[in-house]
Design a protein around this ligand. Sequence first.
Ligand code: ATP
Ligand code: MG
Length: 392
Amino acid sequence: MFQSFLIKYGEIGIKGKNRYLFEDMLVSQINYSLKAIDGEFYVHKQQGRIYVECQGDFDFDETVEALQTVFGIVGICPVVHVPDEGFDALAEEVIAYLKQVHPGENQTFKVNARRARKNYPMTSMELNAALGERILQAIPGIKVDVHNPDILLNVEIREKIYIYSKIIPGPGGMPVGTNGKAMLLLSGGIDSPVAGYMIAKRGVKIDAVYFHAPPYTSERAKQKVVDLARIVSRYTGPIHLHVVNFTDIQLYIYDKCPHEELTIIMRRYMMRIAEHFAKETGCLGLITGESIGQVASQTMQSLAATNEVCTMPVYRPVIGFDKQDIVDISEKIGTYETSILPFEDCCTIFVAKHPVTKPNLNIIRRSEKHLEEKIEELVRTAIETTEVILVE
Ligand code: ATP
Ligand code: MG
């Protein structure tokens, strides 16, 4: 029965030039989200509103689901179009709409008419009163409540007349692309896809880097990360996934450094390499799924040691979250099932039985000195042989 959607977007304080940027990005992200949906859609801005017009047949649920992946959308209102054939015809349509869309009993309502076309023969106030009266006559038990109605019935006079009353919640946030770009360190775990989602929700475009250690980590472990990137890309748009072959660096660290420091030193090299790609691709920060205290490499001391090699801001959106909070989000965004598939993780392959939990920076720096002979060359080779996969 619905022919279009009115898109509600929030974020107070976007004014002037920023407002256009926000709206244009929103339109472009809506188009992206609808690409995979059967049906023809025409997305357009009109008088400070965004409409998705559906041409011909389309799957309502699929379309709503796609729109619910677009950051910046606060609400999705399904709209019924009726031709302008005079007030009586409109009143009939409105009553039929209410009976179908809001079949409950003893509900309260308020009519909110709005003229986008000023040559309509009645004012908005007159329409509110006249339609209200017809509804009261036609639907037994229904009452008016102008302050807190169950049903806010919007009637917009355009070329056609638009009727809507339902608001399906959107994901909120800001359209991807309105806030620069960042590089996500994406592993196969639960936390990093959630971290990428959260930063993208604030309008940040995402690229990603994954450290792969064949043959210690399998092709299937890599495929899992590609799959996770694909799920995240539903929300963020296309992701350039950098797959770094990290094996030789890991083996070299394993060979030269105390094993209990391996994880920290390895993580410092991950950050360095991630930052290289971040700079190369115009990113303004790094993103990780770290959370204080979750594992030995995420104590305050370990985080400080990892952070020390970075010159860019490192965004850690789940830093204060309990595991369960992160799991809840991963379930909501659809990454959980993939994240828990049991493939090896390059961080756990060489892990020491008793990793340092309070690394001392001076000691770590001294251990890294043992790598001087070959590490630069190994890093260069890892960077040069990195495979970039466009995930969308
Ligand atoms: P996750 O669930 O995201 O894997 P985790 O709890 O397993 O996190 P760690 O393995 O200590 O935690 O990793 C911390 C963060 O470092 C990850 O969230 C991710 O951002 C990054 N990271 C870890 N391993 C890799 C990897 N192989 N490739 C890319 N990034 C990684
Ligand atoms: Mg992990």
